[in-house]
Write a protein that binds this ligand. Structure first.
Ligand SMILES: NC(=O)c1ccc[n+]([C@@H]2O[C@H](COP(=O)([O-])OP(=O)(O)OC[C@H]3O[C@@H](n4cnc5c(N)ncnc54)[C@H](O)[C@@H]3O)[C@@H](O)[C@H]2O)c1
Length: 245
């Protein structure tokens, strides 16, 4: 379905990003993955290469405008186009507002929100030249509902949703679509780090009664990257077992 398409996925060394990379590779896309975690990134590259597609990896901190610009230039030198961008890299630095420090706010906003801006800025010109492209931003239901202890994270994901809608409006007439995925509670290393009390409380809020999997998110990412979603842009789609409705 995605043969010869070039897909860039950020934060793809593990978790949701890696799963999306594997899913798109399974449909024949050429894969470019970046992350700050070099060791896990190398493992991800090996796993993706087993599917028989070309894979490029690069250690990139998405919050650095300069690193991202150089990275995207290298991708264009190698593949000459970018069809798909998945802004997935993200972190949490949870603390109640009274205890949250300036660095907690700055690091989360600069990776989760500015990071996406950096990538979108770098790929938008090539996508406009190609007269087409797809951008998928990994938001969160927390960006829609807020959450105690996550002022920085919630604000970054709400910002990412507004960025998605703006990009969809600015680039839609040029054939570029932008959508956001808002996962609920998905089993990854990010959520493994939560305390048992928080985990139990969250489970009680999920009508489908279980955590989501990285595959649940990757299935939607694939749909949003495929021609089957050609008339869908500017949307925020929840994958949350009914947690927020
Ligand atoms: N797991 C969930 O329940 C859940 C829910 C909602 C949203 N999300 C979002 O999904 C995305 C992926 O989450 P995950 O659960 O797979 O987390 P994860 O921690 O397993 O993976 C995130 C990846 O991003 C990388 N990363 C961190 N900082 C980076 C930077 N500056 N530059 C490049 N890469 C960087 C990490 O090294 C890691 O490999 C995140 O944006 C997260 O906010 C996750």
């Amino acid at each position: 379905m995605l043969k010869d398409k070039v897909a860039v996925i950020t934060g793809a060394a593990r978790g949701i990003g890696k799963e999306i990379a594997l899913k798109l590779a399974g449909q024949g896309a050429k894969i470019v993955i970046c992350d700050v975690n070099e060791n896990e990134l190398k493992n991800a590259q090996k796993d993706i290469a087993k599917l028989g597609v070309e894979v490029m990896m690069s250690v990139v901190d998405v919050s650095s405008f300069q690193q991202v610009t150089e990275f995207i230039n290298n991708v264009l030198d190698k593949f000459e186009r970018i069809d798909i961008l998945i802004n997935n890299a993200g972190i949490t630095r949870d603390k109640l507002l009274l205890r949250m420090e300036e660095k907690d706010w700055d690091s989360v906003l600069s990776i989760n929100l500015k990071g996406a801006f950096n990538l979108i800025k770098a790929v938008s010109r090539p996508m406009l030249k190609q007269k087409g492209g797809v951008i998928v931003n990994m938001a969160s239901i927390i960006g829609l509902m807020g959450n105690p202890g996550q002022a920085n994270y919630a604000a970054s994901k709400a910002g990412l949703i507004a960025l998605t809608k703006t990009v969809a409006k600015e680039l839609g007439s040029k054939g570029v679509r932008a959508n956001a995925i808002a996962p609920g509670y998905i089993k990854t290393q990010m959520t493994d780090a939560l305390s048992d009390t928080v985990k139990e409380a969250m489970l009680k809020m999920i009508p489908l009664g279980e955590l989501g999997t990285t595959n649940d998110i990757a299935n939607l990412a694939l749909f949003l990257c495929s021609p089957q979603s050609r008339y869908i842009t500017g949307q925020v789609i929840q994958v949350d077992g009914g947690m927020l409705m």
